[in-house]
Design a protein around this ligand. Sequence first.
Ligand SMILES: [Zn+2]
Length: 149
Amino acid sequence: MVEAKAERRVPYLLDFYPLQGEEHTRIHPFFQHLQEGRLTTTRCTACGEVLWQPRVVCPHCNADEMEWVDLPQVGEIFAFTSVQAGAPKGMEEDLPFVVGIVTLKGTDMQILARIEGDEESLEIGQPVRVTVERLADGRVWFRFRTVEA
Ligand SMILES: [Zn+2]
């Protein structure tokens, strides 16, 4: 009898990470830029608003002409909490982990993301930097990691 190989696969609808190809999303440049280590977003060319998250239609003026702009790679922790249970599928083994809001340097833009480190070692106001997380299937996502001030 052949023993079934244990392979963890997350059902598509429970997959936390978005499909990132041009055939799946109109914000695919965001993921291409992330592959290059750049955190980017869209800026509405009609009203000039820099949007987060990246969008294909401006929520302020409804225009659909966007340009890609780089965001600061650094910021500081505005708030954070620790996830102790109820992690998304595929992240159960990461528990506990920290999720927080980071204010990007020189902006009023605040981004929700995972922050490397444990709850006890992090502080409000601590400087952080974007880090690209590479998934086994080639997709990318981002987190923040603490840096020296
Ligand atoms: Zn606009």
